[in-house]
Design a protein around this ligand. Structure first.
Ligand SMILES: NC(=O)c1ccc[n+]([C@@H]2O[C@H](COP(=O)([O-])OP(=O)(O)OC[C@H]3O[C@@H](n4cnc5c(N)ncnc54)[C@H](O)[C@@H]3O)[C@@H](O)[C@H]2O)c1
Length: 393
């Protein structure tokens, strides 16, 4: 099997490769788990016993699930929305990642339940609550890691779409075709008011709040439960497209929602956090225009300086050095957890910006990490995973 790539989207995936990819993350936890447990003990923090991950099949959500299960021995419940394989087409990678996770968890004696369902639907909340009651789980950590192009509002039935566009005026930037290395200028037209509103409905905090309220009202949240949702800020030169654009407005809504959730969890002694994570190649982020050039330059600089991290490294650091470290949880002035601290380090940003200004078709191989970008993208689809026989039937 070979990857079938059209317009930067990988149309297929390799089931065995997806499973091997998940196993590689689980394998890495063997080394890391003792540091997670000992950090929690040293900080006098109780590690999570039952973790719900919304968007737990790929990317940051899968990393959150793997680190909770193999780092703390937690029972995990995941909701994700993946294409189920049929006779004509394979499923999406998260389908096979989840199968692999469940299989490995069962072999390791870990409790794991996975639901392939629309997380935005009230019926999915009811299913998860029923599952928690059946398994006698009280979630002490709820990770909100959804990245979706659409959401149907469960109250009105209206479908909203999210778009990644600037607000107010067009944005032009340099796009790299990561498969050929060719560079071109791309212009993205500003979002319409409907698109801007839709993006906040899909990627803002409304659904996160509905989840936490439903779990709290059903008494399936543990005393002192924490919830965390993931956000991104990035360097100032990307703000016209990202942070000051449609997705940034949704992320600001998500960040404001954390404060509201924190207040609603206070009777339980609970907490709500937004964690600003590093830019990484995932299925969601790889389709964003213009950003791949920045990510490729960033990868090269961070790898050269020995500070590159992937989703799993980031989440291990989230658990070990932030959520389950000695209180208080370290945050920026706006109360956000910052896992993008290494990405945003002054020397890393200065060198990344220098390369973005200098790059052209002749030097892209030396200045930016297109190989690293491609490898992460392919591995997220089960390709180029070490140890997999891709010539097998
Ligand atoms: N990738 C990055 O560079 C980056 C950086 C910082 C923050 N983030 C944030 O992290 C979060 C996760 O993004 P990712 O990059 O890991 O993406 P991803 O595409 O790897 O994961 C998205 C997850 O959402 C699930 N999902 C989508 N629609 C769903 C639905 N309707 N119901 C149930 N599940 C659904 C998918 O099945 C998958 O599990 C997002 O909020 C994103 O903005 C990403």
């Amino acid at each position: 099997m070979k990857p079938m790539i059209r317009n930067n989207i990988c149309m297929n995936c390799h089931p065995g490769g997806c499973a091997a990819f998940v196993r590689s993350w689980i394998g890495r936890m063997a080394e890391t788990a003792p540091s997670l447990a000992s950090a929690a003990i040293a900080a006098d923090r109780t590690p999570p016993k039952a973790v719900l991950v919304l968007g737990g099949s790929t990317g940051y959500g899968l990393a959150s699930r793997v680190a909770a299960a193999w780092g703390f021995g937690a029972s995990t419940v995941s909701v994700s929305f993946e294409r189920v394989p049929d006779e004509k087409r394979p499923g999406t990678p998260g389908w096979y990642d989840t199968e692999a996770f469940d299989r490995e968890a069962a072999a390791a004696g870990l409790v794991a339940r996975s639901f392939n369902a629309d997380a935005f639907a009230d019926s999915t909340r009811e299913t998860v609550i029923a599952c928690a009651k059946e398994l006698h789980l009280a979630f002490d950590l709820v990770v909100y890691s959804l990245a979706s192009p659409v959401r149907i509002d469960p109250k009105t039935g209206t479908m909203y779409r999210s778009v990644l566009k600037p607000l107010g005026k067009p944005y032009s930037g340099i796009n790299v075709d990561v498969w050929t290395g060719s560079l071109s200028t791309a212009t993205i037209e500003p979002a319409t008011p409907t698109e801007a509103e839709g993006t906040v409905k899909v990627m803002g905090g409304e659904d996160w709040r509905l989840w936490i309220d439903a779990l709290r009202d059903a008494s399936v949240l543990a005393k002192g439960a924490a919830t965390v949702a993931y956000s991104y800020i990035g360097p100032e030169h990307s703000w016209p497209l990202y942070r000051s654009g449609t997705i940034g407005a949704a992320k600001e809504h998500l960040e404001r929602t954390a404060a509201a959730i924190r207040a609603s969890l206070s009777p339980l002694g609970g907490s709500a956090w937004v964690s600003v994570n590093k830019a990484l190649v995932t299925r969601a982020s790889s389709v964003i225009p213009i950003i791949p050039l920045y990510v490729s330059a960033l990868y090269k600089v961070m790898k050269e300086r020995g500070v590159h991290e992937d989703c799993l490294d980031q989440i291990v650091r989230l658990y070990r050095d932030r959520l389950y470290a000695a209180p208080p949880v370290p945050t920026d002035a706006a109360g956000r957890i910052r896992l993008d601290d290494l990405e945003m380090r002054e020397d890393v940003q200065a060198e990344t910006t220098r390369r973005l200004r200098a790059v052209d078709a002749s030097n892209s191989g030396a200045l930016i990490d297109l190989d690293g970008f491609r490898a992460d993208f392919l591995q997220a689809h089960g390709f180029e995973v070490p140890g997999v026989d891709y010539s097998a039937d």
